[in-house]
Each structure stands twice: as C-alpha cells, then as structure tokens.
Design a protein around this ligand. Structure first.
Ligand code: G3P
Ligand code: MG
Length: 252
C-alpha cells in the first residue's frame, strides 16, 4: 500500500547546505544556503567517538578538514577543534564542523526544511540510525515540517524506523535496485532518492504510480535540472546554488 504522507518539501534542496559555494556541512554553508534563498537543506550526519551527532560526509577527515584518518576515532572535542574551511579556500579558514543541534537551531529559526542524511561511520549503522531519529524527534518536536530522514544504509533506516516510526524516511540508492518497491515497503518510506543520471520519465512514472516521491542527487546542470522537474521529479539536490536556485525554473 502506498504511504498517505502529505509531502511538504520544496523542489530544490541545497546539497550539504551550501553546495560548492562554501565548505560543505558547516555553519558557513548554512549561511550561504539561506542567503541564496534555499528553503531546504541536505546534510550528512554521523556519531563522534563520544556519541555526539555532527555533520561530515566522508568516513575520513582528510578531504574536508585539517584532520587525518577516520572520524569515528575522534571525540567531538577533537573534531570541533579542526579547521573545516581552509581545504576549500583561505576565505573560510577557521570554519568549524557543526553539530546536529546547531543545524536544527539554524533551520528551525528560518523555517528551512531538512533532509537529514544518516551517514554512519563504518560499523555504527544501526546505532547512528537510532541516535539520529531520537535526536530529530527531540530537536524538531512537532515542527510543521518534519525532517526527511534518508540513508544508503538500510540498517540505519531500519533502526530509525523503530526509534521514530512517524518521521518520514527516504531510501537512498547508488543504483536502482530491481526490488526498489519491496525495499520502500520494508522501511515504510515516502520517497526514493536516486542518482540523477538514472532518472528517466519511465522511472518517474513508475515511482509515482507505486505511491512514492522521487528525489534526484546531485543535479549541477541547469538544463538537466529543468528536464527532471518537467518530468515530475519531486526534488533535486544541487551544488550550484548560484544558478539552480529558487525560484527555478525562473518565473517568466
Ligand atoms: O542525500 C543526497 C546525496 O547527498 C547522497 O549522496 O554522497 O552526496 O551524500 P552523498
Ligand atoms: Mg549526502
């Protein structure tokens, strides 16, 4: 049976909060996303060694900070002392990583919707799913628009489902699995979040006919963004905050 969830999300989502214009998943990225008029952010959340939920995409610290090695080995005190901005530009030197609490406060204050991507450190899939779901419930309470939880990890999604069954969930997939319908049913999802290169008009129709929403990451080409929205894709994640920004397509 199809979910009866009323989809409350906009069609454009700022990927990692600030796309390519700011160091991903940081407070600077949140400011840039808001300044560009985005009304929904996507960000990647994991647990520190001492169980603080914070924003980071990679397993390792090297690409997006001056730290080294696996993030899972570091406490929040260690992580929050790192420079998470200089890797992109000296203009962002000294930028710090953000906690889930910080991005909740920022987005709630500005009525920006959230897609909280559960991105567990390897081996911590289920406990991260549980921790994110409980924290989102606590931080957002009965906010008008609840965060959409998503993950590539079905163990994380299953744990989030148990911990907070009423929060909406999306299944993230690297490639479209033949049994995507079964997987969406299993995790009681409202949406399938796919690589934009796999989207066809037929896929949009099939997902909608099954009663689900379809979201596409990461769309950085303006014409492709227009096409996907014209086909009925429900939401796009973009890094190109200066060219693919609300309102899009531009009003005549
Ligand atoms: O959640 C959409 C997108 O962010 C998934 O891929 O690797 O950018 O987290 P990734
Ligand atoms: Mg992500």
């Amino acid at each position: 049976t199809a979910p009866s969830f009323r989809w409350p999300y906009p069609s454009l989502i700022a990927h990692r909060c600030g796309g390519k214009l700011a160091p991903e998943n940081t407070p600077a990225a949140m400011r840039v996303g808001a300044e560009h008029g985005f009304t929904m952010f996507e960000y990647d959340v994991k647990l520190s060694k001492d169980d603080v939920l914070f924003l980071l995409h990679d397993d390792d610290l090297d690409r997006t900070s001056n730290g080294h090695g696996p993030a899972r080995a570091r406490t929040w005190a260690e992580l929050s002392a790192l420079d998470a901005g200089s890797w992109l530009s000296p203009a962002f030197a000294g930028e710090r990583m953000a906690t889930l609490d910080e991005v909740a406060a920022f987005t709630l204050q500005r009525s920006i919707a959230s897609n909280v991507e559960i991105k567990p450190c390897p081996g911590r899939e289920a406990e991260t799913g549980t921790a994110v779901a409980l924290a989102v419930q606590r931080l957002w309470g009965d906010a008008a628009v609840p965060p959409l939880l998503s993950s590539f990890s079905e163990d994380a999604l299953a744990a989030a489902h148990v911990a907070a069954p009423l929060l909406p969930r999306a299944l993230l997939v690297e490639a479209i699995p033949v049994d995507w319908r079964d997987r969406l049913v299993r995790h009681d999802c409202v949406a399938l979040n796919v690589n934009q290169k796999d989207v066809t008009p037929d896929l949009v129709r099939d997902v909608h006919e099954a009663g689900y929403r379809l979201c596409a990451w990461t769309v950085n080409d303006v014409q492709r963004a227009r096409d996907l929205l014209a086909w009925g894709v429900d939401a796009l994640f973009t890094d190109m905050l200066d060219t693919i920004r609300p309102p899009f397509p531009a009003r005549a």
